[in-house]
Design a protein around this ligand. Structure first.
Ligand SMILES: NC(=O)c1ccc[n+]([C@@H]2O[C@H](COP(=O)([O-])OP(=O)(O)OC[C@H]3O[C@@H](n4cnc5c(N)ncnc54)[C@H](O)[C@@H]3O)[C@@H](O)[C@H]2O)c1
Length: 248
């Protein structure tokens, strides 16, 4: 029970990595507020976490909207009076060569994958700073480090998440608010369903580990960063559970 009674918000918690983090945090005793734009999948995940004994509620919201990005943090503050852990996980993926990338695609990506991280974090910080305790965990991507063809917007957003993480960590670590990122490699989730099979086979073969990861293999990294004493000394780091694809 490493998160007993810790008040935790997880965005994008209805599927994939966010769902796996929610399931693990529930088993570790957290008090959960989960948010996602997919209401029916979110309901299922809330029920699943409750069935494993956790206090858990869901907030249906689009983190790409300004009000949606802060909705779950607001709910957590109203319900529990404060917040201990914020996992900024919600994300989307589209692909286009830079010459074909529309301004709409660029802006949507920035709103969902980057601006939401800033907005939710900014809303959570006053409580964390006042109680001199908090953990913020931002799910970036290794593509924010190495880049990816046809993914200029996604890579730029995720590089932004990593830069935001480092800068904020410098601002708030003296108040015992620890800010870190996780930059997963390719993980088998619905996010990459649209990518063609041949590319996935070739990509798996080039990975030192020879395979993609699974969402449940990322969740323990989030638990490490959220927990004490495991996470106590991580400040502005970007951890890389990535099958060996990137070795910074
Ligand atoms: N799967 C991978 O290979 C991989 C690799 C590196 C990083 N990531 C990152 O991990 C995070 C989780 O991705 P995943 O692979 O679990 O994908 P996923 O598609 O399984 O889950 C993403 C969740 O975010 C939600 N979401 C998307 N847009 C939203 C919005 N505007 N408002 C609220 N919720 C929204 C979706 O409904 C979904 O439940 C993302 O930030 C993604 O960029 C994924």
């Amino acid at each position: 029970m490493q998160l007993q009674n810790k008040r935790c918000v997880i965005t994008g918690a209805a599927s994939g990595i966010g769902a796996a983090i929610a399931q693990l945090f529930a088993r570790e005793g957290a008090l959960l507020v989960l948010t996602d734009c997919n209401g029916s999948k979110l309901d299922n995940m809330v029920t699943e976490c409750q069935q494993s004994g956790a206090q858990c509620c869901g907030v249906v919201a689009d983190v790409g909207e300004v009000s949606g990005a802060t909705a779950a943090v607001d709910h957590c503050l109203a319900l529990y009076g404060s917040i201990d852990v914020l996992v900024n996980n919600a994300g989307m993926l589209t692909q286009a060569r830079c010459t074909d990338l529309t301004l709409d695609m660029w802006e949507k990506m920035m709103d969902v994958d980057l601006r939401s991280v800033f907005l939710a974090t900014q809303r959570a910080l006053p409580s964390m700073l006042a109680q001199r305790s908090g953990r913020i965990i931002n799910i970036a991507s290794q593509l924010g480090i190495k880049g990816g063809a046809e993914l200029c917007h996604y890579s730029a957003a995720k590089a932004g998440v990593i830069g935001f993480t480092k800068s904020l960590a410098l601002e708030v670590s003296a108040s015992n608010v620890l800010v870190n990122a996780i930059a997963p490699g390719p993980i088998e989730t619905p996010l990459i369903d649209g990518i063609n099979h041949a590319w996935k086979e070739a990509k798996s073969a080039e990975l030192p580990l020879g395979r993609f990861g699974k969402a449940f293999e990322i969740a323990p990294t989030a638990l490490l960063l959220a927990s004490e004493p495991g996470g106590n000394l991580f400040v502005g780091q970007t951890l890389g559970p990535n099958s060996g694809d990137v070795m910074p």
